[in-house]
Design a protein around this ligand. Sequence first.
Ligand SMILES: NC(=O)c1ccc[n+]([C@@H]2O[C@H](COP(=O)([O-])OP(=O)(O)OC[C@H]3O[C@@H](n4cnc5c(N)ncnc54)[C@H](OP(=O)(O)O)[C@@H]3O)[C@@H](O)[C@H]2O)c1
Length: 330
Amino acid sequence: MAVIAVAGGTGGVGKTIVDVLTQEAKHEVIVLTRKAMSLYAFIYRNPSNGPQIQENSPILSRAKQVEVNYKDVSALTQTLNEHKVHTIISAISLYSEDDSEAQLNLIRAAEDAPETKRFMPSEYSFIQTEDLLPLDPSIKYFLDAANLLKSSRLHYTRVIPGFFMDYWGMPHTKTNLSPMTIAVDMGSCEAAIPGDGDDGIAMTYSYDMARFIARLLETDAEGWGEFSGVVGDRVTYNRLVGIGEKIRGRKFKVVYDSADKVKQGAVTVPRQPVGNGYSQEDMVEATALMDRLVIGKVFEFPAAIQSKEGEVLDLVKVEQFVREAWDGRA
Ligand SMILES: NC(=O)c1ccc[n+]([C@@H]2O[C@H](COP(=O)([O-])OP(=O)(O)OC[C@H]3O[C@@H](n4cnc5c(N)ncnc54)[C@H](OP(=O)(O)O)[C@@H]3O)[C@@H](O)[C@H]2O)c1
């Protein structure tokens, strides 16, 4: 049984990966966590949720949690050696230099740990390349990790699912992601859409992506490409509104923000759900970023992105997903 370490396994994406891997029981799964700081981080990110402690999570109770200090590379290497970690899956959030440095140190530590052979860096979005830096400067953090991995002896692949479908099933769908409404609000039957609403968007349910990762773990890493794409469905915001109107049985109130407005950051923020702890200012910034990316067509994935491991999985389509979450609800 190979040991798989999920760094940031306490977070939304990481916990989903831990849930799937521990149910398969093919690997021994450990979670790397800063632990002592994580309670503070959780409250800070999500104040309305109150002081929940990660150890109480039924998902995390199925994996051993190992406390690490991402600032100390040699101690990290020692931990990887001690637990005979074969593969690292990072799901560390990458919003700052500090977050990025933590992941870079983990890669450096993995390079020095002889039993550690494979590394999936935290990505789980679109194909982030240098030419897109003007659209989203935080792409730098993802590129720095990819470049460091490229120069290492480690096998790696960057997992690319597009948007997570979960956002259009919340709060009724099973998900570990933080509550957020993006563009189309299935609850209030309203939408705030960038551009003309016809830009293509690849999306995948987070649990389908986790199943895809589990399959990738079964393959020979020699064959891993730079990117491993998994696409549950391809839609546009207009189509998502159409699906919502059909399932919710009523007309949606839709506002379109022109490309110029999006460029200026003057975006309409859709109504946010209970549990979204972000300030209005943060939500304007996040919405403007996501809108720029959608209008920039970064979610219009080429067909070639789809890896063969995903093709054999029965990935949920958007209409079915929204129907399962919203059908028959008031
Ligand atoms: N495509 C999409 O729709 C989508 C949506 C959401 C996220 N994502 C991507 O998925 C990845 C994970 O996101 P997430 O929302 O799951 O993240 P998250 O829940 O905000 O955080 C994940 C974990 O990262 C660890 N962490 C945070 N700051 C850290 C630091 N400075 N040093 C070390 N560890 C740190 C924390 O674990 P500990 O406190 O236990 O150490 C935390 O639980 C990111 O790359 C994000 O961009 C994609």
